[in-house]
Design a protein around this ligand. Structure first.
Ligand code: SF4
Length: 411
């Protein structure tokens, strides 16, 4: 959604970020994993049903458009692949084998699928080519965060991020921060992606491919996924939902639903729709202000969906799912951390089981500044004293333009 990528769960006040050495790979480097993707001439039917009426209205209002027709084996469930196998006069179980190669093993080509015959691998390559993005840049932060700039088949640019963190158990966990759209139409005033404008929605395969490509490039397992990269996920709800089901699939990456976070700028109908998915996800809603005037200045979407509407949808979501909601709050010096803000937030969030993640705004061309350490600590303490469950989130990758849209903006 915004700003520097954050871990899905964090409980410590963030230390000041340091700058340092940045390893960078550009197009043509040996690390570049992608090949130009091609679209199959005979497409598998796009499976996403029409979006909800409000999301359609939002998409029209924002100039959004559906993803390009895309036949991509990475966006097919095992049973869909089994149907294709049947059409090719192959046993249905081959569908499960191909799915496991594509998703569990993150195989980037059919060549690696050694339990398929060479003849079948060639037929699949000819009829159902794997649509891989091309890695254009890879930057490594001093804190271990890695940022990727990918080009999709039509040249659209997206960013993804890999974060590493140590859990209380001592295990290292990897979190992939994913883009759901190329660019974004929501126009948040503090966001680098907003300045790029909106290009198009990503397909489910293009979303899942970010995890699979990162797993291949880094030769590592991905344990968490956060939809906090480029775009508003709930304006691309059907593809996002399918991508989550694919990442969660037990024959694939098998990422636990509770380890998947969807972050939205707050689209009421999308939030209510998400409650019907039956997935135990983490919903994160960007709040960023305690009154409509301030929020409308920071987030133009607030003019169409003011706080009252957004929070009513959040209440409905919590009641329907029994889940707590995470509210993201970008702290901006002199804008949204006033002394009266904690009380306003208490009133606004009354009755919603929730926690608040505070994130110092990422400095950028927008001109907004993060509060200093003392101001951050003061605001945190004031929220906690008011009875709110708040933490300051760890920022990642600031030395590598970790905030979404910054790398693509350099192109
Ligand atoms: S402009 Fe889009 S990507 Fe940026 S913070 Fe707003 S919703 Fe998220």
């Amino acid at each position: 959604m915004n700003k520097a990528p954050r871990e899905p769960r964090a409980d410590a006040v963030a230390p000041a970020m340091t700058t340092g050495q940045v390893a960078e790979s550009k197009e043509g480097d040996s690390v570049a994993a992608g090949v130009g993707a091609s679209q199959a001439a005979k497409g598998i039917q796009a499976l996403g049903a029409a979006a909800g009426a409000e999301r359609e209205a939002d998409a029209v209002a924002c100039g959004a458009a559906d993803a390009a027709p895309h036949a991509d084996p990475r966006e097919l469930y095992p049973e869909e692949l089994a149907g294709i196998m049947a059409d090719m006069a192959e046993p249905a179980y081959r569908g499960g084998q191909v799915f496991a190669w594509l998703h569990k093993e993150a195989a980037p080509s059919y060549d690696q699928m050694t339990n398929l015959s060479a003849a079948l691998r060639h037929r699949l390559e000819a009829t159902l080519p794997i649509a891989r993005p091309t890695l254009l840049r890879r930057r490594v932060s001093t804190d271990g965060t890695i940022k990727y700039l990918f080009a999709l088949a039509d040249g659209a640019r997206i960013e993804s991020v890999l974060m590493r963190h140590r859990e209380d158990t001592g295990h290292i966990r990897h979190t992939a921060c994913l883009s759901s759209q190329a660019g974004c139409a929501m126009g948040c005033a503090f966001c680098a992606t907003a300045s790029l404008g909106f290009k198009r929605n990503l397909s489910a395969g293009e979303i899942v491919a970010q995890v699979l490509e990162i797993a291949t490039i880094e030769q590592t397992a991905i344990h968490n996924a956060v939809y906090m990269g480029m775009g508003e996920p709930l304006l691309n709800g059907k593809a996002v939902e399918k991508s989550i089901r694919l990442l969660h699939h037990p024959q694939g990456q098998n990422i636990g639903a509770r380890r998947i976070t969807l972050s939205t700028c707050g689209l009421p109908e999308g939030i209510r729709d998400m409650a019907t998915w039956g997935l135990d996800l983490v919903l994160a809603v960007s709040l960023h202000a305690a009154d409509d005037d301030t929020r409308s200045r920071l987030m133009p979407v607030n003019r169409r969906h003011p706080l009252g509407e957004v929070l009513a949808a959040c209440r409905d979501y919590s009641e329907a799912t029994g889940k707590r909601i995470t509210f993201e709050y970008a702290m901006i010096k002199g804008v949204n951390i006033g002394a009266d803000t904690p009380r306003k937030l208490v009133d606004l969030l009354n009755g919603i089981p929730c926690n608040i993640n505070l994130i110092p705004v990422n400095p950028g061309a927008h001109g907004y500044k993060p509060p200093n350490q003392k101001e951050r600590a003061l605001f945190l303490r004031a929220l906690q004293a008011a009875g709110l469950d708040a933490v300051v989130r760890q920022e990642r990758g600031q030395d590598i333009q970790g905030a979404c849209g910054q790398l693509a903006g350099e192109e």
